[in-house]
Design a protein around this ligand. Structure first.
Ligand code: NAD
Ligand code: UFG
Length: 339
């Protein structure tokens, strides 16, 4: 296994996966329509690794183009990161989300089937568990009801790939359920570059820290958690990226549909994040407690021991490193990839 295609590879997670794959000796081919990213991320990955990426600007909805690239580049496995991911926007524009994520995935899978590429590693999400009855969450927990169309697209795409394997066991399907990826590469050269006002906690915090936004809105302090604010399992994006390399490394020994939680197994609250960020970076984060955000759950964190046992994957970075690295990226790139 050598030639790996990453759909959505110019994005936050895909660019970190590209870097780790290159560092591990794989050839990386990226397919992205740049709807939520910039080619600059890939240039920086090349600069950091001293290796090159074959980049194709294209849309996964374009089945023929995807097919051409799969054949031309002799792709052996696909890491499928391309998706629209803004939860709030998905509530307002469900058709856009179902079309891009579901129809896009059907198009990609058809192209793969036609050319006989039957190895797929999918960027799934903890959102497929819905509101779990207990924590920590293991992979055999039942899927729940996502609270928004984005979450449903992830759940449905998992089902589509599972059904594909049932129909044709030659398909290998690895479903990686990410918890909350944050942080950035230690170099401060690649990181998360949200367009407009960030939806997610960390980019919001770093934009408050740099003075672009006046204060953090803390959505609710009456949850059933140690300080009343929402608890999540934050994972360093570089550790997450290494999980993908481990999945590819182990593809030969995996059979069928395999699910892995990618997480650290530790839950931290919004106020834990604020306080730790202030402590490790020496920057004050102004915040105001506000009402709950619709669709949020109180607490989620994972049991990630399956990935350790089966793939030999462990996280190297704790919360302090995640928050230092998020800040370094923001400080060095106040306008993201726009110079
Ligand atoms: P991102 O927006 O930075 O990256 C997604 C990439 O996909 C972008 O570069 C975008 O241009 C591209 N893309 C979108 N639609 C496309 C299409 N139709 N054709 C080609 N390219 C397309 O997001 P990310 O945070 O890097 O997320 C990557 C994947 O991980 C997504 O599937 C997302 O749903 C999933 N995920 C993310 C998180 C998170 O918190 N970041 C959590 C769980 C799962
Ligand atoms: N939060 C705030 N203020 C903000 C943003 C977030 O208080 O400005 C709080 C939320 O209420 C939540 C926590 O910070 O308690 C984390 O919120 P995020 O939006 O960063 O992350 P979520 O857990 O809500 O959602 C993320 C991804 C989804 C994915 C989900 C599960 O954004 O795509 O994890 O994997 F589905």
């Amino acid at each position: 296994m050598k030639n790996i295609l990453i759909t959505g590879g110019a994005g936050f997670i895909g660019s970190h996966v590209a870097l780790e794959l290159l560092d591990s000796g794989y050839n990386v081919i990226v397919y992205d329509n740049l709807s939520n990213s910039s080619e600059e991320s890939l240039k920086r990955v090349e600069e950091l690794t001293g290796l090159s990426i074959s980049f194709y600007k294209g849309d996964i909805l374009d089945t023929n183009h995807v097919k051409e690239v799969l054949e031309k580049e002799k792709i052996e496995a696909v890491i499928h990161c391309a998706a629209l991911k803004a939860v709030g926007e998905s509530v307002k524009k469900p058709l856009l989300y179902y079309h891009n994520n579901i129809t896009g995935t059907l198009s990609l899978l058809s192209a793969m089937e036609e050319v006989g590429v039957k190895n797929i590693i999918f960027s799934s999400s903890a959102t497929v568990y819905g509101d779990p009855e207990t924590v920590p969450i293991t992979e055999d927990f039942p899927k729940g009801a996502p609270t928004n169309p984005y979450g449903w697209t992830k759940s449905m795409m998992e089902q589509i790939m599972t059904d594909l394997h049932t129909a044709d066991p030659n398909w290998k399907v690895i479903l990686l359920r990410y918890f909350n990826p944050i942080g950035a590469h230690k170099s401060g050269r690649i990181g998360e570059d949200p367009k407009g006002i960030p939806n997610n906690l960390l980019p919001y915090v770093t934009q408050v820290a740099i003075g672009k936004l006046p204060y953090l809105h803390v959505y609710g302090d009456d949850y059933d958690t140690h300080d009343g604010t929402g608890v999540r399992d934050y994972i360093h994006v570089v550790d997450l990226a290494k999980g993908h390399v481990k999945a590819i490394d182990n593809l030969d020994k995996l059979t069928g549909v395999e699910i892995f939680n990618l997480a650290t197994g530790h839950g931290y609250s919004v106020l834990d994040i604020v306080k730790t960020f202030e402590k490790v970076n020496g920057v004050k984060i102004e915040y105001k407690i506000e009402g709950r955000r619709e669709g949020d759950i109180d607490e989620t964190y994972a049991d990630a021991s399956k990935a350790e046992k089966v793939l030999g994957w462990i996280c190297d970075n704790g919360l302090e490193e995640m928050l230092e690295d998020s800040w370094r990226w923001q400080k060095n790139n106040p306008n993201g990839y726009e110079e």
